[in-house]
Design a protein around this ligand. Structure first.
Ligand SMILES: Cc1cc2nc3c(=O)[nH]c(=O)nc-3n(C[C@H](O)[C@H](O)[C@H](O)COP(=O)(O)OP(=O)(O)OC[C@H]3O[C@@H](n4cnc5c(N)ncnc54)[C@H](O)[C@@H]3O)c2cc1C
Length: 388
């Protein structure tokens, strides 16, 4: 039976980095949840063992289910039916397999039904999924958005949305518009507060939204009338069950075809404010993008891994001039350079993930108690390094 985790010793090498001791200690708050949840780790070794076991499950599902489905997903692609997205058959099978294995909401706290995993093993799972199907990781990996709800939403909103993510609800991040791409300050989708119903309503168009028909979306919208820059934008949570958003089209892309990139029309779509008004772009999108960047980096590393393995296998199998082409120095060099670049990019990915793990967990801890002087310095140091 294939396994995309156990067949790749580089992953275990990264997972066993010495900094993991500190990451686990912080993430598990010195193992205070061990008496509350039977699946919470007792100590560092127990935590590492649970990451290893879960990644083994990810590796097996990816090798046995996701990778074999990738070609048919690419050919079939998602379809638009009455303003809704229907995933390719294989995409739905993949999603169900990962859901059943409890691999949604991996990094969320246990009280919401998550696994409370640090970013490192979660990103490793994304690396493995990307090797199997780079389009599928776009859908599965959007569980990242839940981190923004966990960081900035009210306790009541967290209790309503996060358990759903852990049970398999998919997410979307609705930022881009036809006239607001790199320049998100130009976002125009309008958020209006209705005093009578005590409710925000969204009107406008979003474009290039991955998994735009997901169950729960974070939407960047202009809540402050008369403003034209980033300070007039707020973040909203949209629940698809409330209606008001239709998918107008799915982009026809050159690659990652299994991932639906959607144009969305919002018509009086009810939504909830997430966090404070005016901080949508300057604070929440920045945090959201930091998580998304690690996810995209993991996707790139996973694709490189798949490409390297494909190239190596072909170079060993293909014969010319009576011998496998890998024996020609020019080919051998190309493959070696691929491997060197793959190892270097993977090292950079996990080093950054470790820094983000430490500083983000310290930020969460600072909301529970005051940090010590050493912890404050530690937070500052790792945040600075992560931002490099
Ligand atoms: C497959 C896919 C999935 C996506 N998924 C999502 C999603 O889930 N949610 C979401 O909100 N958005 C999503 N996007 C949109 C993506 O974030 C935007 O495409 C991106 O922000 C760039 O915007 P744009 O395409 O309008 O390009 P533009 O901003 O118009 O840029 C055009 C070109 O100009 C360059 N450029 C722009 N500004 C500068 C500058 N200041 N200096 C130098 N060069 C500059 C750009 O690098 C680019 O080469 C997705 C896009 C794609 C292709």
């Amino acid at each position: 039976m294939g396994n995309f985790y156990t067949d790749n010793p580089d992953l275990k090498f990264q997972l066993q980095h010495p900094l993991m001791k500190r990451i686990v200690e912080l993430k598990e708050r010195n193992f205070t949840e061990k008496d509350k949840y039977d699946y919470a780790p007792q100590d560092f070794e127990d935590a590492m063992d649970s990451y290893d076991k879960v990644l083994e499950i990810v590796g097996e599902i990816c090798a046995e289910v996701v990778a074999p489905n990738a070609e048919s997903v690419d050919h079939e692609g998602p379809k638009l039916e009455n303003g809704r997205v229907k995933y390719a058959t294989g995409t739905q099978v993949n999603l169900d397999a990962l859901k059943q294995a409890g691999l949604m909401g991996m990094s969320l706290p246990r009280r919401f039904g998550g696994l409370n995993f640090p970013i490192v093993p979660y990103i490793m799972a994304a690396d493995i999924v990307s090797r199997a199907d780079a389009s599928f990781v776009n859908i599965w990996g959007l569980q990242d958005c839940a981190e923004t709800i966990n960081e900035f939403a009210s306790e009541e909103q967290k209790m309503r949305y996060l358990p759903r993510v852990c049970q398999g609800a998919t997410m979307a991040m609705d930022l881009t518009e036809p006239d607001a791409g790199s320049d998100l300050q130009a976002v125009m989708l309008k958020a209006t507060y209705d005093e009578k119903t005590n409710q925000w309503y969204l009107n406008g168009v979003k474009r290039f939204i991955t998994n735009g028909d997901g169950d729960i979306a974070l939407v960047l919208a202009r809540s402050e009338e008369g403003t034209t820059d980033g300070r007039g934008l707020s973040m909203f949570i949209y629940d698809r069950r409330n209606g008001g958003v239709t998918v107008r089209r799915i982009e026809n892309k050159m690659g990652i075809k299994g991932s639906p990139t959607c144009e969305l029309v919002f018509k009086n779509a009810p939504a909830e404010l997430c966090g404070q008004r005016r901080l949508g772009l300057i604070k929440y999108v920045m945090a959201l993008m930091n998580g998304a960047r690690l996810g995209i980096a993991a996707q790139s590393v996973g694709i490189s891994e798949a490409a390297y393995r494909e190239a190596l296998a072909y170079a060993k199998e293909r014969q010319q001039f009576g011998k496998p082409i890998i024996e020609f120095p020019a080919i051998y060099e190309m493959i070696s350079v691929m491997k060197a670049k793959l190892d270097a990019s993977r090292a950079l990915l996990y080093e950054t993930a470790r820094y983000v793990d430490i500083y983000k967990t310290l930020i969460h801890i600072s909301e529970e108690r005051e940090l010590t002087k050493e912890e404050k310095e530690e937070l500052k140091k790792y945040q600075k390094w992560a931002d490099l």
